[in-house]
Design a protein around this ligand. Structure first.
Ligand code: ZN
Ligand code: ZN
Length: 235
């Protein structure tokens, strides 16, 4: 019965390719065979800090050489010019089915990075309640839960609360971003005693969101903070 119901749902609401959005005939990898042939990833060498491609084999990218971050380091999987439109649809045009593809790519490409960190848990960047009601889901939380299924590392999605409904980061400059993110989060009691965590989000922009979250997490006893995203702006 369930099988038949799933089949009917598939016919009425076919799953879509996470890259070109065409309906998938056979949903194996979350993208269509044409897109699979042309898939593009971030390649090494990357900046030790933010994971952006690092030129001339330098340890840090130009941005990270002059910026102090609260997190130790992070990585992402896809160049923005390749995956940006897909992430936009995922966020604003109700395509939660793309998550399976993103999570699988993260696990495949960054599995070693994650295992090396050996974190106590994933913490998705929370969205404000108002935004949650409007959108119906928090994209970072859904991604984090999918990653939990693949890695066995638990997602803690009710530890942090977003208390400020901030302006979307892409619309403002770097200084405005830092002001925008001031006191945007509060951490509820860290009763699970997490020491080492990976923050999960969809897009890394300047790092001010993750820095702001990391600052609060440190106050509640988290010592080491890393991040993982699908992509980063400007790549
Ligand atoms: Zn496609
Ligand atoms: Zn960097």
């Amino acid at each position: 019965m369930r099988y038949i119901r799933n089949k009917i749902t598939d016919l009425l609401f076919p799953r879509r390719c996470a890259i070109c959005d065409k309906a998938l005939i056979k949903d194996e990898s979350g993208i269509c065979p044409d897109c699979l042939k042309r898939i593009k990833y971030i390649e090494e060498p990357v900046c030790f800090k933010c994971g952006r491609p690092a030129l001339n084999n330098k340890e840090y990218c130009d941005e990270c050489e002059v910026t102090r971050h609260e997190f130790i380091g992070g990585r992402f999987v896809f160049p923005y010019d390749y995956i940006g439109a897909s992430v936009y649809k995922f966020k604003y045009m109700n395509r939660p089915e793309y998550i399976a593809f993103y999570a699988k790519a993260i696990e495949e490409r960054l599995g070693e990075f994650i295992r090396h960190i050996d974190p106590d848990g994933f913490i998705p960047v929370p969205i404000h309640k108002k935004r949650y009601i409007k959108r119906g889901y928090n994209q970072a939380e859904e991604l984090s839960k999918e990653l939990s299924k693949l890695t066995g590392i638990q997602t803690y999605n009710d530890l942090v609360l977003r208390i400020k409904d901030t302006v979307p980061q892409k619309k403002i400059n770097k200084i405005e971003r830092q002001i925008n993110m001031k006191k945007a989060f509060i951490v509820k009691e860290n009763s699970v005693k997490l020491r080492k965590i990976i923050v999960v989000d969809d897009i890394f922009t300047t790092g001010s969101t993750i820095d702001s979250l990391a600052r609060e997490l440190k106050k509640s006893g988290v010592e080491k903070i890393y991040f993982i995203t699908i992509t980063a702006a400007g790549t």
